[in-house]
Design a binder for this molecule. Structure first.
Ligand SMILES: [Zn+2]
Ligand SMILES: [Zn+2]
Length: 335
């Protein structure tokens, strides 16, 4: 039995408190990770607040984990004790369904989420299936790598999925934890990047991270000035927007793709898609293999989320910082 020292919410919306639990003996295909850093994602907050109605308490958030392999079961492949690794929103999948056999483990019908019905990474240890415990490539900065395992792969996957070309003109809606990583990826991809943001205080930082221009999407005139020009728009916000006005900025055959979990139905006029053969889509995170490729891409192009570091013991302060909209741009907890 291994004791885990963690931080847990004991009820919806409550602050986190110290919590200890015992890990049962390790399964054949399981890996225990010693947590070095864990990113703080909006989904952690949604789970703490039970916004999606699937939280179980005590709830230990944390699903942007980097650390090292502490222990492994007898059937674990490709890892050894001491390896530097990361684990994100998903931590296990069945490994035998068509999606898993096709290398799309993130679409497995029984994929397990790290903080849904199991304990996450705001702790000194966390457990996952070997397939989702991803070795870190040499040269990756562990202090900044955590957010790549949720926010990072969430915005990297649609670039590949939608076949975005280096010659494309693209837009990113919302420049927060996810959006700022999308801008960095799309810039390195070769695209002309338009950031949609209505916060003038962020403009300078947005241009510095690689956007070619910042457009205030709340101003209809500026939207009109880029009408029909974008091949791909990625929405990273979770609020209802005037989606039709964004559809008008798409070029023919352009795609509006959302990774922001907007809870209200999205109003999409059929004619806005029909004329111009436009489409609307969405995606969760990405596959195991694509996560590995993304990490290599990050090392090659020196891409990291812009992070603010808090000590794990100050997790409540970090949560308040995020909730107040002050994060620039992703918070990481140091164990
Ligand atoms: Zn997340
Ligand atoms: Zn499966």
């Amino acid at each position: 039995m291994q004791k885990v020292n963690a931080y847990a919410a004991f009820d919806a919306g409550k602050e986190l408190k110290e919590f200890q639990y015992e890990l049962p003996s390790i399964g054949n295909e399981e890996v225990d990770i010693k947590v070095h850093y864990c990113g703080l994602c909006h989904s952690d907050m949604s789970m703490i607040n039970n916004e999606w109605g699937m939280s179980q308490y005590p709830l230990i958030p944390g699903h942007e984990i980097v650390g090292e392999v502490l222990a492994l079961g007898s059937e674990v492949k490709g890892l050894k004790v001491g390896d530097k690794v990361g684990m994100g929103w998903y931590s296990a999948s069945c490994m035998h369904c068509n999606q898993c056999m096709d290398g799309k483990q993130h679409l497995c019908g029984t994929v397990e989420s790290t903080i849904v019905g199991r304990h996450g990474g705001f702790a000194d240890k966390v457990r996952g299936h070997w397939s989702w415990v991803t070795p870190l490539p040499n040269g990756l900065d562990m202090a900044k790598a955590g957010p790549l395992f949720c926010g990072g792969i969430t915005v990297f996957n649609p670039i590949v999925l939608s076949g975005v070309q280096p010659t494309d003109k693209v837009g990113v809606i919302g420049v927060g934890g996810l959006g700022h990583m999308a801008i960095k990826f799309l810039k390195a991809w070769g695209c002309e990047v338009t950031a949609f943001s209505s916060n003038p205080n962020k403009k300078e930082a947005i241009l510095k991270m690689g956007a070619h221009q910042v457009v205030d999407s709340t101003n209809p005139e500026t939207l009109e000035s880029i009408a029909g020009s974008l091949n791909f728009i990625l929405n990273t916000t979770n609020v209802s927007l005037d989606w039709n006005s964004f559809l008008t900025t798409l070029a023919p055959q352009g795609k509006l793709h959302t990774v922001g979990a907007v809870l209200e139905p999205m109003e999409i006029p059929a004619f806005s898609m029909i004329m111009g053969e436009k489409s609307v889509g969405g995606s969760p995170l990405g596959s195991v293999a694509l996560t590995r490729k993304m990490l290599e891409f990050c090392v090659r192009h020196d891409i990291y989320p812009t992070v603010e570091e808090f000590k794990m013991e100050n997790v409540n302060e970090a949560l308040e910082h995020l909730e107040a909209g002050k994060a620039r741009f992703r918070v990481v907890l140091k164990a």
